[in-house]
Design a protein around this ligand. Structure first.
Ligand code: GDP
Ligand code: CA
Length: 317
């Protein structure tokens, strides 16, 4: 192919993403690769029913990030949020353990009604994205019911009960995905992977954010048989999670927090791992996985873009 022709063609990118860490990275990818060339396959293992509403926290983090509505200080939910509905719920003795802001609630109302009327999660997600002006394709990993459970010394908990209600204080002995055997990829998911020139795994929690996506058998199989590079970004900096329990989980479940332990979560699925400079002295044991060392803290839009450029640079010219 003449060089000019290749340069004009946009690279199609598919990103596997969890919530907050993933959403930050996806924003960078969209900035660099272009929204219409980007498909995101999002985690639904965290989905939860609260107050009769269907909440998809990870899909919403991505939606809000791409729509420019996310609260960057708090790290989740919408900016310019208020909490009157939740105050009323508390005052009435209702279910108030899961924080839902007033603006956020509006989205959950629309989604829940759509699901009750028989619309699929992927269809209503696409509709919400369109309404919010989000051009990138956002696909739930599955439209089927798939829920993450944590086995801990204190018992087994559904994801949000462990993460939010118990503040992820319990050590995790095992993660399982209820419904994964029967779960089919949502429409568009396999096409997004098959049509991608590059597949990226966001710096999301490998066990509870990317794990539930890979628990959808056909999605995992599509990654195994990929003909294009797949590049993961480590969620750890200096062996520590920027936020959340990823480091503790890796320590207990994989035996350490070095790049090889992160790569070990994606055996056979990735060709390269983007690791932070702070982890560059510990690159042993990566096997076939090529390390790409850079600064990975997404502290602002420039940092997000630079990280996305590095990950996207892994595609052969
Ligand atoms: P959640 O679903 O909201 O928990 O979000 P994710 O699983 O997508 O992201 C959580 C992970 O993102 C954590 O393990 C963090 O360490 C990681 N993370 C957050 N911010 C950054 C960052 O700026 N750089 C890197 N490398 N990882 C980050
Ligand atoms: Ca999540």
């Amino acid at each position: 192919m003449p060089r000019g022709a290749r340069e004009e063609r946009r690279l199609n990118v598919a990103v596997l993403s969890g919530g907050v860490g993933g959403a930050r990275f996806v924003r960078g990818v969209v900035d660099v690769a272009g929204a219409s060339a980007t498909s995101v396959i999002g985690n639904v293992g965290d989905d939860v029913e609260v107050l009769g509403l269907h909440i998809s926290p990870d899909l919403d983090s991505i939606l809000y990030a791409l729509a420019g509505l996310a609260d960057e200080q708090r790290g989740w939910g919408r900016s310019d949020e208020s909490w009157h509905a939740l105050e009323t719920v508390s005052a009435l003795g209702g279910e108030d353990w899961f924080a839902l802001g007033d603006r956020d609630l509006g989205l959950h109302l629309v989604r829940t009604q759509a699901l009750h009327s028989g619309e699929s999660l992927s269809a209503v997600t696409a509709r919400l994205a369109r309404a919010l002006g989000v051009v990138a394709r956002l696909l739930p990993a599955t439209d089927d019911r798939l829920r993450t459970w944590l086995e801990t010394p204190a018992g087994a908990f559904p994801f949000q009960e462990w993460f939010v209600a118990r503040g992820h204080r319990d050590e995790v002995d095992a993660v399982r995905f209820e419904g994964s055997e029967a779960a089919r990829p949502a429409p568009g998911g396999l096409d997004a992977l098959a049509g991608a020139d590059l597949i990226l795994v966001a710096p999301s929690n490998p066990y509870v954010s990317v794990g539930p996506i890979l628990a959808v058998r056909e999605l995992r199989a599509a990654l195994v048989r990929r003909r294009v590079p797949c590049v993961a970004v480590s969620p750890l900096i200096g062996g520590r999670a920027v936020k959340g329990p990823a480091d503790r989980m890796l320590h207990r479940l994989a035996g350490g927090t070095s790049p090889r332990h992160v790569a070990g979560c994606y055996t056979g699925l990735i060709d390269a791992l983007v690791v932070d400079e702070a982890d560059a002295d510990d690159l042993d044991g990566l096997g076939d996985v090529r390390p790409i060392v850079t600064r990975t803290l997404m502290s602002d839009a420039d940092a997000r873009r630079r990280l996305a450029e590095t990950a996207l640079g892994a595609v052969p010219a």
